[in-house]
Design a protein around this ligand. Structure first.
Ligand code: AGP
Length: 372
């Protein structure tokens, strides 16, 4: 009913709007006054966490994209090798696991069969499984050794939005916590990131306030057949997520690529007026990444692409090559997905509406996939 949707036309719109609160709620009570993480609720003894020599993340769909982003954070802050695998592929390739492997299963519903089977397999090998889950008491956290709940609240729309942002927050918390427990040379950076995380909710709010041009752009592209998404570093999984949203909602051909892969094949797809969304890393911090993506934008534009550029406020280098420019607030490199994903959600939702599709219940899809 309209009341359930809180005055929005679709649950998806309501859930996109709820993201600042979902992010804040997921941080709530997990950082103490001194700026340290208090994740005692994750009942894995610090001794076990100190012995971990490998992290393996298993998940499906959007939750898998959160896992891909988590890998950058975990390896950077903890120096523990991290693999990310589609849950449906995991157990069938006889993965190498033992009691020193920490397996993280990410799932909004907690009922995804592929993810459940992957975690059962990991536990059979003696690994410790931590669930990141949005649904209290669901099967995946019940069968795991420990759980860190995301506090997104119920997500009804089939397309995952607020659950994804809170999965990212939970992944950052786990990465930072591992760093904190094990002691790392990044201690100062970790404290700074914890402070930056506290700003994210307000920054997501600001992104939401500036989405009208994105909606207008989406409507103008309703007749297109294909949209490509490019990103580098953590922007690459954001590109994959943008493409997945467009597939499931707008039923359009959409693909996400690592920008560096362009010249290894995908650039052959670029033709006159093809919309290409590019997620640009911050020009501060790792500026090599930024400079490389600016040349990628030039390359595709020279071949006729219509460039839709998502870039940090104050990034002037992209201006000459952007046919459409979407501004996001400046964040540390690793946290950028929390703000960069939001315009892509809005874009997909508006395109679906413009094409007359059922936004909350896309064809052929179920909210939780309880069969393998
Ligand atoms: C996301 O928009 C999808 N509907 C889907 O990929 C989803 O993320 C996936 O099925 C995993 O679900 P889960 O998080 O409930 O395990």
């Amino acid at each position: 009913s309209a009341a359930e949707k809180g005055g929005y036309d679709y649950f998806m719109l309501k859930e996109i709007a709820e993201q600042p609160k979902a992010v804040a709620d997921t941080l709530l009570g997990r950082i103490d006054a001194a700026g340290s993480l208090t994740l005692d609720e994750v009942r894995i003894p610090p001794g076990v966490l100190r012995e971990v020599d490998k992290v393996v993340i298993v998940a499906c769909g959007t939750a898998f994209h959160a896992g891909l982003i988590a890998k950058y954070a975990i390896e950077h802050w903890t120096r523990i090798p991290c693999e990310v695998e589609l849950a449906s592929e995991f157990r069938y390739r006889d993965p190498i696991l033992d009691s020193r492997s920490l397996v993280i299963a990410i799932s909004q519903s907690g009922e995804t069969m592929d993810t459940l089977m992957a975690l059962r397999h990991a536990r059979e090998q003696g690994s410790c499984v931590l669930a990141i889950c949005n649904t209290n008491g669901s099967t995946i956290p019940r069968e795991s050794d420990a759980v860190l709940y995301t506090h997104a609240g119920p997500e009804v729309a089939v397309a995952s939005t607020k659950a994804f942002l809170t999965q990212l927050v939970a992944c950052y918390l786990v990465a930072l916590y591992l760093g904190q427990v094990r002691g790392t040379k990044w201690a100062d950076e970790i404290r700074a990131v914890i402070r930056d995380l506290a700003q994210i909710s307000g920054q997501v709010e600001r992104v939401l306030e500036t989405m009208e041009p994105v909606r207008e752009l989406a409507r103008s592209l309703a007749e297109k057949r294909t949209v490509l998404f490019l990103g580098r570093h953590v922007g690459y999984p954001v590109a994959l997520e943008g493409a997945l949203k467009l597939k499931e909602l707008a039923y359009m051909h959409a693909e996400g690529f690592a920008a560096g892969e362009l010249k290894h094949g995908p650039i052959a797809l670029v033709e006159e007026d093809l919309p290409v969304v590019v997620v640009v890393p911050s020009p501060r911090g790792r500026s090599v990444l930024h400079d490389k993506i600016v040349s990628n934008i030039q390359e595709i534009r020279a071949r006729g692409a219509r460039t839709i550029v998502i870039a940090e406020e104050g990034d002037e280098a992209v201006v000459p090559y952007a046919d459409h420019l979407v501004r996001i607030p400046a964040t540390p490199t690793l946290l950028q997905p929390l703000v960069a994903t939001v315009p892509l959600q809005v874009f997909a939702c508006e395109l679906a509406t413009a094409r007359g599709n059922e936004v909350d219940q896309p064809r052929n899809l179920a909210k939780s996939v309880t069969v393998e």
